[in-house]
Design a protein around this ligand. Structure first.
Ligand code: UD1
Ligand code: CA
Length: 453
């Protein structure tokens, strides 16, 4: 049977106190609803429908690159009404209802739920909570079969004592939805069309309600305010950290790491506190990352050491590199084996050859450095003329004296030397010395001006 996933994302999320629609708030760097969409993709759903309402335009825009169908729920008249807006676009197979503000639901849990669904069976994900306040309660008959859900606001005293709750996640066939949704009424405490009322309709028809529970209650936790958001984020990060440690990564403190994307690590990687990893980051064997680094979409080769407070983006480091402290490697930086980029150095679109060093206080952009180049402190590639970017080429074994300005386009030949304080605007030949600076004048025994003279 085909699968349609319907993600409810029309609610306002008033308690976030934000102009951003709730489902666009980020967990692990990704809008909550995108976590849910990605999970749906993992289930190989035929179609994914997102029901939008509050902030519909913003949600559509934020998801414009996703292969999803949007259904507009202009007025929020309840979860049953929300699913009904997607009814037209459904196929003939199974339907899975998810919430856009329940981001951590796992594919495995859903696959299990879906397995049991057919014309005679409906799947319902429930969770037993110490404090069930606000949730719909699961009513079971004498045989223990789930037969209805009663919303908190409609529940009697005895029903309120039930701890088994509706997570909101359920799976059924499209045919069942087409049969039941038109029969929903809003005759209840909230004047809404409750999706939950289909459970009693199913039971009345002899369709069995197959309940399942998530392996971890975090999977079904929804976000209504920023405190819940932050708690879910921490719990998620800790779970990720624990997975990394199980795989052999040494985290100095699993409570102080943030992974917003995918981090893959070789053996014996060590990560100190306060680091943030974004996008796709790969750390090779034996890499050590010092405290408070931010690393985004980069590959860091084996045995490289990243010293504290370095910010690295779109960079490839071949191996045995040394970076920082306080280095900023911007996109297009390529460090060959054993290259060093030290403190207060910024690189961008820069290839740095094997064993080359840019140890202090420099800017190297749109440049290629050969092997064993030494770039002195305070060297700047002047790559921008106000309109265009130009390249700087530096040959193997060249030595660039401190405080040199390399006015691109320009090249320095291999084994050439540039004297400190030079402004180099013409190419320097191989093995040559280039110096361009005011000649020093020294006057012996010179009397410094003073006030009483
Ligand atoms: C719902 C369930 C309740 C369950 C709880 C779990 C119903 C009637 N109740 O209650 O049994 O225990 O979730 O959190 O289903 N939404 C829309 N359009 C609407 C209404 C809601 O898209 O008109 C979306 C919301 O954005 C949200 C989800 O549906 O993502 C749930 O809505 P919410 O108002 O939080 O439902 P509850 O009343 O908490
Ligand atoms: Ca809710």
């Amino acid at each position: 049977m085909t699968l349609d996933v319907v993600i409810l994302a029309a609610g306002q999320g008033t308690r976030m106190r934000s102009t951003l629609p709730k489902v666009l708030h980020r967990l692990a760097g990704k809008p909550m609803v995108r976590h849910v969409i990605d999970t749906a993709r993992g289930l190989e759903a035929e179609r994914t429908h997102v029901v939008v309402g509050h902030g519909a335009e913003k949600v559509r825009e934020a998801l414009s690159d996703c292969e999803v169908h949007f259904a507009l729920q202009a007025e929020q008249k309840g979860t049953g009404h929300a699913v009904a807006q997607a009814l037209e676009g459904l196929g003939e197979g199974k339907v899975l209802v998810l919430y856009g503000d329940v981001p951590l639901i796992r594919r495995e849990t859903l696959a299990g739920l879906l397995d049991g669904v057919d014309d005679d069976h409906l799947g319902l994900l429930t969770v037993t909570l110490a404090d069930p306040t606000g949730y719909g309660r699961i009513l079971r008959n004498a045989e223990g079969e789930a037969v209805a859900i009663v919303e908190h606001k409609d529940a009697s005293q005895t029903e309120l004592a039930i701890a088994e709750c509706n997570t909101g996640i359920m799976a059924m066939t499209a045919a069942q939805l087409r049969r039941w949704l038109p029969r929903l009424s809003a005759d209840n405490a909230q004047g809404e069309y409750y999706l939950t009322d289909i459970i009693a309709m199913a039971a009345a028809e002899g369709v069995r309600i197959v309940t399942a529970q998530p392996a971890d209650p975090l999977e079904v936790e929804g976000v209504n305010n920023r405190l819940q958001m932050a708690r879910l984020e921490r719990a998620h990060q800790l779970a990720t950290a624990e997975r990394l440690m199980a795989d052999g990564v040494a985290l100095i403190d699993p409570a102080r790491i943030d992974i917003r994307g995918a981090l893959t690590c070789g053996h014996d990687v060590e990560i100190d506190v306060g680091c943030v990893f974004e996008g796709q980051v790969e750390l090779g064997e034996g890499v050590r990352i010092g405290p408070h680094c931010v690393i985004r979409d980069s590959h860091i080769g084996a045995e490289t050491v990243i010293e504290p407070h370095s910010v690295i983006e779109g960079t490839v480091i071949a191996g045995r590199g040394r970076v920082g402290p306080f280095a900023r490697l911007r996109p297009g930086t390529r460090l060959a084996v054993g290259a060093k980029v030290g403190n207060f150095v910024e690189t961008k679109n820069a290839e740095v050859g094997e064993g080359s060093k840019i140890n202090h206080l420099s800017y190297v952009g749109d440049a290629r450095l050969g092997r064993d180049v030494n770039v002195g402190a305070g060297t700047i590639t002047c790559n921008y003329d106000g309109a265009h970017k130009h390249r700087t080429e530096i040959g193997d074994g060249a030595f660039i004296g401190s405080n040199t300005a390399l006015v691109a386009p320009v090249s320095v030949g291999s084994n050439a030397t540039v004297g400190a304080g030079s402004t180099i605007s013409k190419d320097v030949a191989d093995n040559a010395l280039a110096v361009s600076r005011g000649r020093q004048i020294s006057k012996a025994d010179w009397p410094r001006p003073s006030k009483d003279r």
